[in-house]
Ligand binder design. Structure first.
Ligand code: AMP
Ligand code: MG
Length: 324
């Protein structure tokens, strides 16, 4: 059992709520539920009509494929056409956990789930609530983040309520999510695996298991290697600026998220927040901090640029997109 599973088992889901939520999934309804990354807006992945509702509710373009959540490696294998050796190795090492594997899909997955791509993104989430829901529902659950398109992803049930409100049939509250940013996405649909989206499982960790992989070009720079890699994504409503050397705007009232305290004293700032200097902890608190500041009526939110090292790659990617 890896570290992600261990920690998520500490929270205990209420069996009655799990039964209710699972029944709704089987009826073709939408259920928001926690994973270890962010809250997902879930539907039965084998029910095209149910999945269609996700796109309508989020305002998500049909070109953006959804991740399909399953309860086990065997369940993933059953949805993929070609469960390769490297998929097996990665799943054994990182599942349950924040790594999505993109593989050629079997026909039983409706096209609406994958934006008509011949591939599907699969993962086993490391969250006791998500795993209980998957087990009780007995079907794979397609789920993007439980927010309206381009907004910040939710990391608490309250964030979900604020974005989607009564439009969602059920919100399963499992407390704040532990990882805090979206999963790493790796394509295994090509001979050499390709990283499509960085996350808290780093390229170095993946390469330690399966050897050299390729990195897809930054989404902001022209052609997208896959649909759904929109540059403007993961964004607060407030203007977000990624800054170096405390180079802060001189206008308006702003908030500053910093790691290096020495820069702060030189400026008058509406609110300054010291962020964790360790990447895992930083990711855990980032979205909740941005959600809170987004309600604070600031003219801007400046974020000190984190280091450009492998363990920060997922965080830096989200901050860059948020500042587009
Ligand atoms: P999210 O935006 O967190 O809902 O995660 C979905 C993301 O996973 C998409 O935006 C894509 O970047 C990626 N993804 C999911 N399925 C596929 C797929 N079949 N092919 C390529 N990328 C995918
Ligand atoms: Mg999202």
């Amino acid at each position: 059992m890896n570290q992600h599973t261990q920690e998520s088992l500490n929270a205990r889901p209420d069996p009655e709520k799990i039964r209710q939520a699972a029944a709704l999934i089987r009826e073709g309804k939408l259920v928001a539920f926690p994973t270890e990354t962010v809250y997902g807006l879930g539907a039965n992945a084998l029910d095209a009509g149910a999945v269609q509702k996700i796109f309508r509710l989020k305002g998500r373009p049909a070109t953006s494929p959804l991740i399909v959540h399953v309860g086990s490696r065997e369940a993933a294998d059953a949805l993929a056409k070609n469960w390769r050796d490297d998929a097996e190795q990665l799943a054994r090492r990182f599942w349950p956990g924040p790594l999505t594997l993109v593989l050629p899909k079997r026909e039983l997955i409706p096209d609406v789930v994958t934006a008509a791509l011949p591939t599907v993104g699969l993962r086993v989430p490391a969250n006791a609530f998500a795993l209980a829901l998957l087990a009780e529902a007995g079907v794979p659950i397609a789920a993007p983040s439980a927010n309206r398109f381009t907004e910040l992803s939710p990391t608490t049930a309250a964030h979900v309520r604020r974005s989607l409100g009564d439009a969602v049939d059920f919100i399963l509250d499992g407390g704040p999510t532990r990882v805090g940013i979206e999963s790493t996405v790796l394509s295994l649909a090509t001979p050499v695996p390709v990283l499509l989206r960085p996350g808290m499982i780093s390229v170095e960790q993946i390469e330690a298991v399966i050897g050299k992989i390729e990195i897809a070009g930054a989404p902001a720079e022209g052609a997208h290697p896959s649909p759904g890699m929109h540059a403007q994504h993961y964004r607060p409503k407030t203007l977000l600026l990624l800054v170096k050397d405390a180079d802060l705007p001189t206008w308006g009232r702003g908030a500053y998220l910093f790691m290096n305290r020495s820069a702060v004293a030189r400026h008058r700032i509406g609110e300054s927040i010291e962020m964790p200097s360790e990447a895992d902890q930083y990711a855990t608190t980032l979205y909740d901090t941005l959600h809170r500041l987004d309600e604070g009526g600031f003219d801007w939110i400046a974020v000190e640029q984190p280091p450009e090292t492998p363990e920060w790659a997922g965080i830096l990617d989200r901050l860059r997109r948020a500042s587009q």
